[in-house]
Design a protein around this ligand. Sequence first.
Ligand SMILES: [Ca+2]
Length: 409
Amino acid sequence: MAGPVLAFVLMLAMVACDGASPAAPTATPTATPTPVGSAVPQPSPPPGPGFDPATTRVELEKVASGFSRPLYLTAPPDGSGRLFVVEQTGKVRVIQDGVILAAPFADLASVVTSEGSEQGLLGLAFHPKYAENGRFFVAYTAANGGDNTLAEYRVSADPNRADANSRKVLLAIPDFAANHNGGMVAFGPDGYLYLSTGDGGQAGDPRGNGQNRDALLGKILRLDVDGAAPYAIPAGNPFALGGGRPEIWAYGLRNAWRFSFDRQTGDLWIADVGQNVYEEVDFEPAGGKGGVNYGWSVMEGAHCYRPSSNCDQTGLALPVAEYRHNEGCSVTGGYVYRGAKEPKLAGAYFFTDYCGGVIWALTRAADGSWTRTPVLSSRLSISSFGEDQAGEVYVVSQEDGTIYRLKAR
Ligand SMILES: [Ca+2]
């Protein structure tokens, strides 16, 4: 119990120490206009007939418990029906037919550091062709001092055990603070691998990484893991031909701890953890060209941060939803529900706050306006959501080590 509580104290301490930032922020001027291919959210298909903000509420059904500081859940696209749970200290556990297998699928404890409250094994993504190639990808803070690391592994001959000797490090980004390490890794509908990185940490983006397109921190990266080793740059990446690091897909992010793709539309939803006041959800419609600047640290949410007034918002994409810290401390992004078991949830984006525990549904009306509806006061410390292969949505509760399934009430 002390771990998560301490984690919060530390997280809040980090958030509150802005005045102690050792380095002056270096605003990095951008010489050329940002290719804001999709800075203004375009209407996607409206929320399905399923979710009704006026009447639909949710409840949680316990799936399995006994995990140690779980941070994520996903499933391989192999028809096995298994759920894979990421534990912060380095293990990946398997739930098969409702039972947690005794032996972990993978144990990365020797290669990750989880000393800091935001460090550890942070993300996991199975290759879209996992059933054929057995490849999967993990994001973690490395034991060498916290490099924000993306590595690839393969499954062994036993489908419930990874090959511990198969590790290949694709990317290791040096980091200067224990907090803000991103760590979401997911394949997009384009087959490319997306990875979030934090701004490095401390508070207030002391090194100006969010707006620095020559830095890999404070970004979402897009990589082709089916081309040249260790990865190739997708030809359509916004800075593939110059203007910044070619790996960058999106920038101006503080710590996009969780993002997801709508499995039906391909829309990208980004939950970016805020500084002192505002938590935000960003939205990039499917088909965007990337290169969107989500504003940090010029802005926190939809508000000027540096400078605190009259900041230059030219070319910045504002969040589609935000809330103040009177409702929480750290946004936990989720998923648009596209499963089959809960037709009443169809089409809504579900997310929460780690401290507040209220699960919200975010929907867009026909006139383009967004509505954030509280659908459950969970009283949990929810570190993440997750999806199974069929699109059912799960809640990962860090403090009680339990996985729940999201249900309509
Ligand atoms: Ca960091």
